[in-house]
Design a binder for this molecule. Structure first.
Ligand code: GLA
Length: 700
């Protein structure tokens, strides 16, 4: 018998029709109640010249049922049982969750489907589990989560990128056909972030119906958005399995990663605020309630050139400008003088550090800062003691040569002895030294990822999770950053066990504007490592004034990435000022609701964060404005009748090339009502290209 299930969040409803298999008939605006008549209201006509019955687009589209779209499941048993058709056998419903079980007694498979809407943030979670109930092995090629989209969701925004250029977005109209994104790099990747937005034509930051998605997984994935020839559309996401990667023995199961989704009727701002709320309340587990400390990371300051006396001088400089945590990056371990050697040998280099690491840590602590250390546990260089002893610990396919990446190879974490060695080394470091933070790097992709000859991206990814989990269980107060040549491993599943991401190896503030905006759709600012680099960017050679560098890094987890010993007095003062500014607004940036404003001028980014009684807004002129006058800023999210005191906090550091007279309020501040600010707006100064300003609003 067909039934209806209705789950609700704060603003969202999910309505599922259950017949032979569950089919979502509505996922969008909240409905106060539903009626059984929806069953016939959503009954589709059957066209001439097609199958004689209507075929539902269920939570797991089945080719055996007659659905010609990408199936939710693919697999076989020695070439048989390759087109399963499931029949619903059980369901269990609460106001916010539902789980279904279905069986195919011929193929001898059981499918469990779980859906939940988190009540506060409106995040929908979906995952599937397949169990082999037969008495021979079942080879699983694919199991993916499928969620339908309404017919008017015709525009797709997807993410692409590369090293030092993460989280770029591209829009596509999707009226007919498919968009397919496949990640085969063995880590979340810079190129294929597992997320997408789909919405009504022309959806923007502030308007339109949008559905946002993210697959929480750090290995390979496939994500697709399909517009079927009959007009129905859906998104599908799951792990991309290599041939023979998952072979289910009798009784064994495979569970997909979680697919997270959310709906907003207020454009992308509604999507990001829901994702942020969910990440804050359900993904991040932060040790203690202290503010996130400002970092200095040594990488771009000294690279491999480690000298403890000099590093202590760097620490002194860092402390002077307000840094609160000092991180010694790559180059500290035995024989690590360049990138071609030593990965795997996680022992202190006593040639560089004859008195040990303790004096450096003691000095850092004495200066009032915490100490952090860089590691890259999953990797090995051929030129290392570990490789000489255990060449067989590589993740590889015997008999083939695989290309190295950054002169390194990947260790097989499913090899028990290798896993235990890495655990012992990391635990040893954390137990011996007063380390409060690990920068956990992962700098190459997986090629020929074989464990005992079988494909092993799935197993490697899970073993990586287990390694971090075991360390965290032993050292719960140590924070971990997920870094992978910058932003190559950024996703919710890794964030469950870490605390921060290194968003990009690019510290060029102009490039960072785009990277941070893209990442900010899914992740709140406090997990986005954002550092002030030197005046001339190491990755692009572009030069930026401290205003652009300081304000760009302000809206993240702030840090500094340079050598303070070699910086001029003016630069040091500039950094000290922006670090102080970050500390002044850190409570708001790291807990408020982030948003972006739509701009007619596409060379301008306007974004901010709102708390209960205040807002902080950044205006960044990326290039020359599209008109001779800048458009007024029309604020959002204010109480219409409340009064707000407005102050310009930092205006291009007082340097203007294009403007001879500023709007009067810049120097004096002013008070306006919420409705004046939202509907008339505030005139802005003419900013030079690649400069920024900050406006603070406080209700009074
Ligand atoms: C990667 C990281 C950098 C730095 C280097 C060290 O590229 O992204 O931040 O840690 O490794 O080798």
């Amino acid at each position: 018998m067909t039934k209806i299930v209705h789950l609700t969040g704060r603003t969202t409803s999910l309505v599922i029709k259950t017949a032979q298999m569950p089919e979502i008939i509505h996922w969008g605006r909240k409905l106060s109640s539903i009626t059984e008549d929806l069953i016939s209201a959503t009954q589709r006509p059957v066209s001439q010249a097609r199958l004689d019955t209507d075929i539902p687009l269920t939570l797991c589209p089945e080719s055996g049922r007659g659905l010609f779209s990408a199936p939710g499941i693919e697999g076989h048993r020695q070439g048989k049982h390759w087109a399963p058709v499931f029949i619903l056998s059980e369901e269990s419903v609460t106001p916010h969750t539902v789980s279904f079980s279905a069986v195919d007694s011929i193929a001898q498979l059981r499918l469990d489907m779980e859906l939940a809407i988190e009540a506060e943030s409106d995040i929908l979670q979906s995952r599937m589990t397949i169990t082999n109930t037969g008495d021979s092995d079942y080879i699983l090629n694919k199991l993916a989560n499928t969620l339908p989209l309404p017919t008017y969701a015709t525009e797709l925004m997807h993410f692409y990128g590369s090293w030092i250029r993460e989280f770029h977005t591209e829009r596509k109209d999707l009226i007919h056909g498919s968009f397919i994104q496949e990640n085969r790099r063995g880590r979340t990747s810079h190129e294929n972030f597992p997320g997408a937005m789909v919405g009504s034509k022309g959806f923007s930051e502030q308007s339109g119906d949008v559905w946002g998605f993210h697959l929480g997984w750090s290995g390979n994935h496939q994500l697709r958005v399909d517009a079927k020839s009959d007009g129905r559309r859906f998104i599908q996401a799951g792990e991309l399995l290599l041939p023979g990667e998952i072979i289910l023995e009798p009784g064994a199961s495979y569970t997909t990663p979680w697919l997270y989704g959310t709906y907003s009727s207020e454009g992308l701002n509604g999507i990001s605020s829901r994702f942020h709320q969910y990440v804050r309340s359900h993904i991040i587990s932060f040790p203690g309630a202290k503010p996130r400390p400002v970092h200095l990371n040594t990488w771009e300051g000294i690279y491999f050139d480690h000298n403890p006396a000099y590093i202590m001088k760097m620490a002194e400089g860092a402390a002077k400008i307000g840094v609160e945590r000092f991180i010694v990056d790559d180059g500290w371990f035995i024989g690590r003088n360049h990138e071609r050697a030593a990965l795997g040998d996680w022992y202190l280099d006593e040639v560089k550090y004859p008195d040990g690491l303790e004096p450096v840590i003691a000095r850092v602590n004495e200066l009032g800062m915490e100490f952090g250390l860089w590691v890259e546990p999953e990797m090995i260089n051929e030129d290392s003691i570990l490789y000489q002893q255990h060449p067989d610990w590589l993740l590889k396919l015997d008999g083939y040569e695989q290309p190295s990446g950054r002169w390194q190879y990947v260790l097989d974490l499913q090899n028990r002895n290798c896993f235990n060695y890495l655990y012992e080394r990391l635990d040893g470091l954390l137990s011996r030294y007063n380390i409060s933070y690990l920068k956990w790097d992962m700098n190459r992709e997986l090629v020929q990822p074989g464990h005992q000859g079988r494909p092993a991206v799935h197993g490697q990814t899970q073993a990586f999770y287990r390694l971090i989990d075991s360390l965290r269980a032993q050292h719960p107060m140590v924070e971990i950053e997920s870094c992978s040549s910058g932003g190559g491993r950024i996703d919710y599943e890794v964030l469950r066990r870490t605390h921060r991401f290194w968003a990009s190896d690019c510290n060029d503030a102009l490039e960072r504007q785009t990277i941070q905006r893209g990442m900010g759709y899914f992740f709140p600012p406090e997990v986005m490592g954002a550092h002030i680099g030197p005046e001339e960017s190491h990755s692009t050679k572009r030069r930026h004034h401290i205003n652009m560098r300081g304000l760009t890094a302000l809206f993240g987890h702030m840090g500094v990435e340079l050598d303070p010993v070699r910086e001029s007095k003016e630069q040091m003062q500039g950094m000290a000022d922006y670090i102080a500014l970050h500390k002044r607004f850190r409570h708001l940036i790291h807990s408020g609701t982030g948003f972006r404003l739509d701009c007619t001028d596409t060379n301008r980014h306007v974004y901010g964060v709102a708390g209960d009684n205040e807002q902080l807004l950044a205006i960044c002129q990326l290039a020359m404005g599209s008109h001779t006058l800048p458009e007024p800023v029309r604020f959002t999210g204010l109480e219409p009748c409340r009064k707000y005191r407005i102050n310009a906090v930092d205006v291009a550091n007082g340097s203007f090339q294009l403007m001879k007279q500023k709007p009067g309020w810049i120097d004096s501040g002013l008070v306006l009502s919420g409705e004046e600010l939202m509907h008339i707006g505030l005139s802005m100064p003419l900013l030079d290209p690649e400069s920024m300003m900050l406006v603070h609003l406080e209700s009074c």
